[in-house]
Design a protein around this ligand. Sequence first.
Ligand SMILES: Nc1nc2c(c(=O)[nH]1)N[C@H]1C(S)=C(S)[C@@H](COP(=O)(O)O)O[C@H]1N2
Ligand SMILES: [Mo]
Length: 491
Amino acid sequence: MRGHLRGAAAGVAAAGLGIAVAELFAAAARPGAGPLVTVGAAVIDATPTPVKEFAVRELGTYDKLVLLTTIGLVVALLAAMIGILGRRRRPVVVAGATLFGALGATAALSRPAGTLLDTVPSLLAAIVAGTTLWWLLGRSGPVVAGGRRTFLRALALVAGAAVLTEGGAQVVRRTVGRIRTDLKLPPPADAAEALPSGVGPGFTTPSAEFYRVDTALTVPRVDPDTWSLRIHGMVGRELTLSLADLLARPLIERDITLNCVSNEVGGPYIGTARWLGVPLAPLLKEVGLKAGADQIVARSVEGMTIGTPLATALDGRDTMLAVAMNGAPLRPEHGFPVRMLTPGLYGYAGACKWVTELEITTFAAFDAYWVERDWAREGTVKTASRIDRPLPFARPAAGPVTVAGVAWAQGRGITKVEVRVDGGEWRSAELLPVPSADTWVQWRFRWPATPGPHSLSVRATDGTGAVQVEERATPFPSGATGWHTITVTVA
Ligand SMILES: Nc1nc2c(c(=O)[nH]1)N[C@H]1C(S)=C(S)[C@@H](COP(=O)(O)O)O[C@H]1N2
Ligand SMILES: [Mo]
């Protein structure tokens, strides 16, 4: 038993050192290509859509932390087993390390933007872990006098080296990974007007509180000085723009609500910001679109592809390449230095972050990332509404209670919001002013609350006169439907 424990400890320590060395190499040479993150990214891409949806729903922004921790635990477990088996049979050490290295390298190559260099961290991890384990197991041999001490000393040495190396990787990551995010932005040629007076608090979502949804395990760090955007495909003349080229064009500033197709009824994945960007339509005119093209495939630096209907860039809406959010350059997690934004489309269909390429093509010719995973091609946002106040299961006092929330149908606008108490009559709520049809609408309703448990429901009507769909649908494949209903108990 004691021997097993030694084998397991040796396996875990050796794997730890191997991974730490790989992290250090990646931090210096290939940021974002550490072995755990690479395997995690491959796992995300291979995860079936329902599981991914479940993870986003149940774990929210912790999904990535949970994934990385799980991978770490699995690796530790396997390393312990290799250590135990390797005590008697040394070839197991070689086989185990080779398997790990091959797995990591395969994951690296499977990345959309993967190169041979990305396999180096995993191979390095395998070689370091394998030789370290071999060496440690030599020290954990038959229990002879002093054998225990020799082993513990060796183990402490390896563990210490692993911790130091990982610390070094952190330091390098922090210094190398620090990029300029302090762009100097020109003023908009076409500025947004001040928000109408009477807009309620919370109309604009502070950038720090804006929801984040993406598949990137580490936030891509893009150097604005070397960033470029290439527009190609079914165009008359390819165009490549630097950030300076882009910023030299007239900028527009707009208040636009962005939401995620994965949002459940009543869910949090929605926000409104004041965006600054270069309108896409003039750029597309400049490159000259070929007949038959109907899709823009936006590619990001980390290999995401987002397919946007070409028509939504040409029909007069404010589809843009956004560079700023709420008066400051985009934050790294929201796509610095440039992201797409298409009012009226869910993020997965129109809001590629860290964008570096726009390919003009057809839907017939190419399935973008989410479409390949069976999400709808057409990403038009569905009319929806949410109760924000009171909170579910709140216990307000009897008397007048303000029920309030938001409703949205970007592009179509909201013309009516109604509230229903205990399945009774629908009553119109008051709508607060909005700058345009591309933002959510805040609403409020004075409810004369009587003691006891009550249910509150909300539904919206959009600018086409269509009432929000009552039938419940899951976010997959084209966005949730259903009326948001909460229960409160009036004291
Ligand atoms: N590069 C990249 N862009 C992306 C995604 C992604 O995974 N990678 N996710 C999309 C989705 S699903 C949504 S809802 C929005 C979210 O944008 P936000 O994180 O800035 O709120 O980004 C979109 N753009
Ligand atoms: Mo999304």
